[in-house]
Design a binder for this molecule. Structure first.
Ligand code: ZN
Length: 438
């Protein structure tokens, strides 16, 4: 954090405010916060940064990430969800040591920040989660994170816990890490999905979530196979089952929501459940296409996430934005999911999903200075009239040159401030070759 105030001079500012202002101007940053925005900010004692070559946008928000899986990238292709989990992901998560988990988190965080993401909601693994929180603190990113909880079903013995054990270890992580790094890091309970969690685990999690005001981060209705298994077992659909257990409410953030029926969609809207949309993952696992235009029309909050590296295989928010727009068009028509709508999903709607709409998600006075700087003139993005079109359809993540979180530079001139990228590459290859490549 710069002790001195900082003025970002003459950037093209895409505010994402209610008036949808876009203009060339200055931003004053003081004590982590945006304190001034105008055509020409005056201040007697401020440093200045020449932003005239950049589009400045709110830091991008990804609400569904698995940092623990980054090191499994390119190791689990061409499988359906349940095989992908059972044959590849569970065994690899079970094999994690603190060292392998740490490098997986570092690799993921490096990729996320170099491609413009300033805030994530991360679903962790079962064990060793302190190292992930340590890296979240160190990296400078803003994050919600929690250990995944699984106490039921066909889960490897190394990953399944008893109900009380899963709850107790979640609470003890929460006590250690929630609201740390000056509020930058927060806890989120993470029961993995209905098929891996007992009634009791879901019910207790729901009560704790309400009592402690901690969100619940889970997956739902990702594939038809999963939906059928839930129906077979509980004789009702996923959202009705979750509602009966008290899990459904504004604290609930559900990844995917591809195969919901009309009644379940009504529950999403009525109970203000948040949908986390992961287009690359949904396509790669062959899961389906979530009916996002339908959700948006109903007034449901939808944000974006890359999911885990092995089902994507990147964590690049620009890829997710572009795909979020494109995949709906064959079904609903080319007018649907315009670029501004998608840009809002990756900023303000992400902030709303996390209950941070008064702190981040737009460039406005009083909000935290979480900003991404995108090079204005690049061969693949010029010319442009519509800034949202440029950002969603034609900007590659490599155009992100600077990134600021809490008024603090975390990427400068495409280099990470808190990590040595060569060391991360070396360690990743070493750990991957010794532990995960058989
Ligand atoms: Zn996921």
């Amino acid at each position: 954090m710069s002790a001195k105030p900082l003025i970002l001079r003459n950037g093209l500012i895409v505010t994402i405010n209610e008036r949808r202002d876009v203009f060339k101007g200055d931003i004053l940053i003081e004590d982590k916060y945006i304190r001034g925005i105008s055509a020409n900010v005056q201040h007697n004692n401020a440093d200045s940064f020449d932003a005239s070559s950049y589009v400045i946008i709110p830091g991008l928000i990804q609400t569904h990430i698995h940092l623990c899986q980054t090191i499994f990238r390119n190791m689990a292709d061409d499988l359906k969800l349940l095989e992908w989990l059972n044959q590849k992901i569970y065994p690899m998560e079970a094999a994690h040591t603190p060292e392998s988990l740490r490098i997986s988190a570092q690799l993921g965080l490096a990729e996320l920040m170099l491609s413009g993401t300033t805030t994530i909601m991360d679903m962790g693994t079962v064990h060793h989660m302190d190292v992930v929180f340590e890296e979240l603190v160190r990296s400078g990113i803003r994050a919600f994170c929690g250990k995944t909880m699984m106490d039921y079903g066909k889960i490897p013995t190394d990953l399944i816990e008893n109900t009380q054990g899963a709850i107790d270890s979640s609470l003890s992580l929460m006590k250690r890490w929630h609201d740390c790094a000056d509020g930058r890091i927060k806890y989120a309970f993470a029961p993995r999905f209905v098929l891996s969690c007992s009634d009791e685990l879901l019910n207790v999690t729901a009560k704790l979530s309400q009592q402690l005001k901690i969100p619940i981060h889970s997956h739902a209705a990702e594939t038809m196979d999963e939906v059928d298994l839930v129906k077979e077992k509980y004789h009702q659909d996923t959202l009705s089952y979750l509602e009966q257990l008290g899990v459904v409410g504004p604290n609930l953030c559900l990844a995917h929501c591809i195969w919901l029926n009309e009644k379940e969609k009504d529950i999403l809207y009525q109970q203000n459940v948040k949908v986390l949309h992961c287009p690359s993952s949904n396509l790669k696992l062959g899961s389906g296409i979530a009916p996002i235009p339908d959700y948006l029309e109903r007034g449901i909050t939808v944000s974006i996430g890359a999911d885990g590296a092995p089902c994507n295989n990147n964590l690049d928010v620009f890829t997710e934005m572009r795909l979020a727009a494109l995949i709906q068009k064959p079904k609903y028509g080319p007018h649907i999911m315009d670029s501004e709508t998608v840009m809002r999903m990756a900023t303000m709607e992400g902030a709303k999903t996390l209950g941070l709409e008064n702190e981040i998600g737009s460039i406005e006075i009083g909000k935290k200075a979480d900003l991404a700087f995108i090079r204005l003139d690049q061969i693949y993005t010029i010319p442009f009239n519509n800034i949202y079109s440029k950002l969603v359809y034609s900007t590659p993540s490599s155009a992100v040159e600077y990134l600021m979180i809490d008024g603090n530079w975390v990427v400068k001139n495409r280099s990470l401030v808190y990590y040595d990228i060569d060391e991360i590459i070396k360690q990743t290859n070493h750990v991957s070759n010794t532990m995960f490549t058989h």
